[in-house]
Design a protein around this ligand. Structure first.
Ligand code: COA
Length: 262
C-alpha cells in the first residue's frame, strides 16, 4: 500500500482510511489512486469491516489531482492518457459503490478531485475550515471524471455555477447545496464521524448496502410503472431475506438483532 495512505481496523468493525500526505495537501497521483482503489477493495471484501471512515491528515482534506502528474501526462499518448484517467474513474466508482457505508471526516479544504472523493461518500461531516472549489478551469482543465458524482450530489444548477466559476465556497454553502451533511468544529470532525460510524453498526449490514444501491437505482428516474415494480420487488426480496427476517423477529421479540454487538 502507498505510504501516503493508512488503514486502521478497529475491533468494532469500523475501518479508518486516512490520506496521509500532509505536505502535499493529500494531492493524489496515479500511485496513490491505485493504492486507494486497492485499500477500498480490501475493506469491501473484509468480513470484519462494516463501516468505513474516510479521513485525512494535516491542514487540507485533499488538494485533488497531483498537478505535477497531470502536467507529465502531456508526454503520453492519447490512449495512455485515457487509461490513466480511467484509473481515477475507477477510484470514484469504487468509493461511490462500496458495499459498506462510507462516512467522510473533512477536516480541511478539498479541491478538484478532493471534492469528487467527498461527493462519493454517504455521510459527510466537515469542519468550518473546510473550503471547497472545483478549480479545474483555472488550470485549463475540466472536472470531467468526478462530474457524475459531483452533479449527482449538488445537482446540475450548482454544478453549472461552480464548474465555471472555480470559486471557493465555504462549508455552510457546501452543506446548503448537499455536498456536506453536518458542520462540526475541526477538532471534533473525526470523533463525530466515528460516533456515527459506530451508530451505523446497529443497522443491518446487508440492508445498508442494499439501501445504498436503491438510491443509485432510483435517483433521477422518472416515476413510472417500471420503477414502482422495481421498488416493490426490492422490498419483496429484502423482507424475506435472512437479514430482513432477523430484523423483524428481533423487533417483535424485543431483543437486539444478531448483527448488533454487545
Ligand atoms: N498537486 C501537486 N502538488 C500540490 C497540489 C496539487 N494539487 N496542491 C498543493 N501542492 C503542493 C504545492 O505545489 C507545494 O509544493 P512545494 O512545497 O514543493 O512548493 C505544497 O503542496 C504546499 O502547497 P502551497 O501552495 O505552498 O500551500 P498553501 O497552504 O499556500 O496552499 C492549496 C494550499 C491546496 C490551497 C494550494 O496548494 C492549491 O491551491 N493547490 C491546488 C489545488 C487545486 O486546484 N487542485 C485541483 C486539481 S484538479
Amino acid at each position: 500500500m502507498s505510504h501516503h495512505l493508512t488503514t486502521q481496523i478497529a475491533a468494532n468493525g469500523v475501518a479508518t482510511l486516512t490520506l496521509n500526505n500532509a505536505e502535499r495537501h493529500n494531492a493524489f497521483d496515479d500511485h496513490l489512486i491505485a493504492g486507494l482503489i486497492a485499500a477500498l477493495e480490501e475493506l469491501n471484501a473484509a468480513t470484519n469491516v462494516r463501516v468505513v471512515v474516510l479521513a485525512a491528515a494535516g491542514k487540507s482534506f485533499s488538494a485533488g489531482a497531483d498537478l505535477g502528474w497531470m502536467k507529465r501526462m502531456a508526454s503520453y499518448s492519447e490512449a495512455e492518457n485515457l487509461a490513466d484517467a480511467k484509473l481515477l474513474a475507477r477510484l470514484m466508482h469504487t468509493l461511490n459503490t462500496l458495499g459498506k457505508p462510507v462516512v467522510a471526516a473533512v477536516q480541511g479544504p478539498a479541491y478538484g478531485g478532493g471534492v469528487g472523493l467527498v461527493a462519493c461518500c454517504d455521510m459527510v461531516f466537515a469542519a468550518p475550515e473546510a473550503l471547497f472549489a472545483l478549480t479545474e478551469v483555472k488550470l485549463g482543465l475540466i472536472p470531467a471524471v468526478i462530474s457524475p458524482y459531483v452533479i449527482s450530489k449538488i445537482g446540475a444548477s450548482h454544478a453549472r455555477r461552480y464548474f465555471v466559476s472555480a470559486e471557493r465556497f465555504d462549508a455552510a454553502t457546501a452543506q446548503r447545496i448537499g455536498l456536506v451533511h453536518e458542520i462540526v468544529p475541526r477538532d471534533e470532525v473525526l470523533t463525530m464521524a466515528h460516533s456515527w460510524a459506530a451508530q451505523l453498526l446497529n443497522n443491518g449490514p446487508e440492508s445498508m448496502a442494499s439501501a445504498k444501491r436503491l438510491v443509485a437505482e432510483v435517483a433521477n428516474r422518472p416515476i413510472c410503472e417500471d420503477l414502482n415494480h422495481h421498488c416493490a420487488s426490492r422490498i419483496a426480496v429484502q423482507r424475506v431475506s435472512a437479514e430482513g427476517q432477523e430484523g423483524l423477529t428481533a423487533f417483535l421479540e424485543k431483543r437486539p438483532a444478531s448483527w448488533i454487538k454487545h
